[in-house]
Ligand binder design. Structure first.
Ligand SMILES: Nc1ncnc2c1ncn2[C@@H]1O[C@H](COP(=O)(O)OP(=O)(O)OP(=O)(O)O)[C@@H](O)[C@H]1O
Ligand SMILES: [Mg+2]
Length: 224
């Protein structure tokens, strides 16, 4: 269960999130809202990448401020821009880095990497240079790097923004099959049916909270 209590976040002079209090027990939560409404900021709070100026963010029994390391282990985070995620020059090295940092036995690495790549349609790409991949391929590598660690919670910031239709569908099927709790920000309203509950952010607050159909109607109406 994700639990926020009176969470305030400022960046520079700007109040980015203002007094959010919400419990998210659902396994599939979607986040929509205009550019700059606070989606990425909210997502970053959930794995402790950002800490609130005031209030608490809890993931199960963990507090993001007090238990940062444990939170980052429990919550896999996919950045809006995959270049923020990938640190090693080759695909295989990058995936191995995650496994090492999670203390996965070295003998398991090659098989787990091969499996994670195959599941993303990237078989045999271990030795490819990341900077030579397309944007969508990089996003899929970043996703593989997270799923390979089997986190309990997956927070995804616009994971389909760079993907074509086939890869978008494949990604959503992959996510549907995950045991993890999923929180995903998206501008693609056609994906909302994958969620049980959808939050719509406006100016750093949750302006709508409800079922996918109603969320879509609300958002379209607001932008009419
Ligand atoms: N490091 C920062 N310094 C100052 N302001 C910031 C910083 N990061 C974010 N902001 C501001 O916080 C607000 C929310 O940004 P955020 O990235 O959370 O929006 P978003 O809903 O994810 O938008 P998008 O749909 O464009 O990804 C914006 O007004 C943005 O300018
Ligand atoms: Mg964003």
């Amino acid at each position: 269960m994700i639990r926020l209590r009176d969470v305030w976040l400022t960046r520079g002079e700007r109040v980015v999130l203002s007094g959010l209090t919400i419990d998210l027990p659902e396994r599939r939560v979607g986040i929509i809202g205009a550019n700059g409404s606070g989606k990425s900021s909210f997502a970053r709070l959930l794995n402790g990448l950002l800490l609130p100026d005031r209030g608490d963010v809890r993931i199960g029994a963990l507090d993001t401020r007090a238990d940062g390391r444990a939170v980052r282990r429990k919550v896999g985070f996919l950045f809006q821009n995959p270049d923020n995620q990938i640190v090693y020059p080759t695909v295989g090295e990058d995936l191995a880095f995650g496994l090492r940092s999670h203390k996965i036995a070295k003998e398991e690495h090659a098989a787990r990497i091969a499996e994670a790549l195959a599941a993303r349609g990237l078989s045999g790409m271990e030795d490819r240079l990341v900077h030579e991949l397309s944007g969508g391929q990089r996003q899929l590598v970043a996703l593989a790097g997270i799923l390979i660690l089997q986190p309990d919670v997956l927070v995804l910031d616009e994971p389909t923004a760079l993907l074509d239709l086939a890869n978008t569908r494949r990604l959503m099927r992959t996510l549907d099959a995950q045991a993890a709790q999923i929180v995903m920000a998206t501008h693609d309203l056609s994906l909302l049916d994958h969620f049980e509950r959808v939050l719509c952010f406006e100016d750093g607050a949750i302006a709508f909270d409800g079922a996918p159909d109603a969320a879509r109607r609300y958002y379209v109406e607001r932008n009419a």
